[in-house]
Ligand binder design. Structure first.
Ligand SMILES: Cc1cc2nc3c(=O)[nH]c(=O)nc-3n(C[C@H](O)[C@H](O)[C@H](O)COP(=O)(O)OP(=O)(O)OC[C@H]3O[C@@H](n4cnc5c(N)ncnc54)[C@H](O)[C@@H]3O)c2cc1C
Length: 338
């Protein structure tokens, strides 16, 4: 019997599989070629302080330690850089943000994350920063597509990846195991991202998934721009060769993965509020963030079918939080086995 069937090879399923394999568990992963994966289109940005009120992500230091550990481990094993450290240049957008930043900058708890408090027009004429800005660390970006495809190849070479869509009708729940087609598994863990809303065993959970769009642009000449993730409501982030990613928006009422005209307009209008350089849009994508109503990730087994589990709800911070929660969930699963 195989120990685990993991459904979905986004960041949640990949890292959970990684930890279980490290504990010598027999694992099979099924993924429909990253179709509609939010992990693959996002840029895995990590930023400790977010929002209009400059709020520190709870448990940030702990999450970041786990994230750094796994990205460094994978970089060594695959001899490839996946995570790039970059500060976040947060440009003040309005008077409210200005007063919040001045308050938060003084706070003992947050002080270590703010590197500088920049005077208005520090970056003029390259950027519009007329109300000032602050440089925040530690931050960074992830080459998400490269990371997930590297792991996909690794799982494929080990012959443990099935490239297809799992059909719920092919699952048969037994007393001590779960049958999927001809194979028997001790447990099935669904890491399906927003497609969890169609899962017959977990669809009643309080999801609040949100669609988001992202663009890739080529900036004619980006040499004078700061080498940072720049954020003034809408963010842009450098990926080399004049290519930048720009995002994003939140849509709750139309959960598909189609880019929209309105989304493009909203994001580019936001970018144009501070970017003075000429650019061309080269790609426009959309996906759905898996979010729970209480905004906390969910990792647990089904109350009635203890051989079925779910790992979901990583929200907008999957690349910061998945390393921690995947390790935690694998520890919980292994403990239950004993
Ligand atoms: C526009 C946008 C910007 C974002 N920016 C950031 C950011 O900067 N930083 C950050 O950390 N996070 C960001 N996120 C959030 C991040 O993408 C998510 O938190 C994370 O990727 C969720 O990972 P997941 O593995 O749970 O889901 P997914 O990445 O969606 O993976 C689910 C996988 O399961 C597969 N699947 C589903 N159902 C089945 C089935 N029945 N059979 C087979 N396979 C199946 C899917 O194809 C997919 O590959 C962003 C999201 C969006 C949409």
């Amino acid at each position: 019997m195989i120990d685990y069937l993991i459904v979905g090879q986004g960041v949640a399923g990949s890292f959970l599989a990684w930890h279980l394999l490290k504990q010598n568990k027999r694992v099979v992963i099924i993924d429909n070629n990253h179709e509609q994966s939010s992990s693959i289109i996002c840029i895995g940005m990590i930023n400790p302080i977010t929002g209009k009120r400059f709020v520190l992500t709870p448990q940030f230091d702990e999450f970041y330690t786990y994230a750094q550990n796994i990205y460094q481990e994978l970089e060594q094993i695959f001899d490839t850089q996946f995570f790039i450290k970059k500060p976040v240049l947060r440009i003040v957008k309005n008077e409210f943000e200005h007063s919040e930043l001045n308050k938060k900058y003084q706070s003992q708890e947050l002080h270590k994350y703010f590197q500088t408090l920049n005077a208005p027009d520090t970056y003029k004429p390259v950027l519009d920063d007329s109300l000032g800005s602050t440089l925040i660390t530690p931050g960074g970006l992830c080459h998400t597509e490269l990371l997930l495809n590297t792991l996909k190849n690794y799982f494929q070479n080990k012959n443990i990846l099935i490239n297809e869509k799992l059909s719920y009708d092919d699952i048969k729940i037994k007393n001590e195991s779960v049958q999927y087609r001809d194979e028997h598994f001790r447990k099935v863990i669904f890491c399906e991202g927003y497609q969890s809303q169609f899962n017959p065993w977990f669809s009643k959970l309080p999801f609040n998934h949100a669609k988001g769009e992202i663009m890739r642009i080529k900036i004619d000449d980006d040499t004078s721009l700061p080498d940072a993730i720049i954020n003034k409501g809408k963010w842009c982030a450098p990926f080399g060769n004049n290519e930048w990613a720009v995002g994003s928006n939140y849509i709750w009422d139309n959960l598909d993965c189609e880019p929209t005209k309105e989304g493009r307009q909203e994001i580019l209008e936001g970018l144009n509020q501070y970017m003075t350089k000429n650019y061309t849009v080269i790609k426009h994508q959309a996906a759905v963030r898996p979010i729970m109503k209480d905004q906390n990730p969910i990792l647990r087994m089904h109350s009635k079918y203890p051989n079925l589990g779910i790992f979901n709800g990583l929200g907008s911070k999957g690349f910061l939080m998945a390393p921690y929660y995947a390790k935690l969930f694998s520890n919980i699963l292994l403990k239950k086995e004993k």
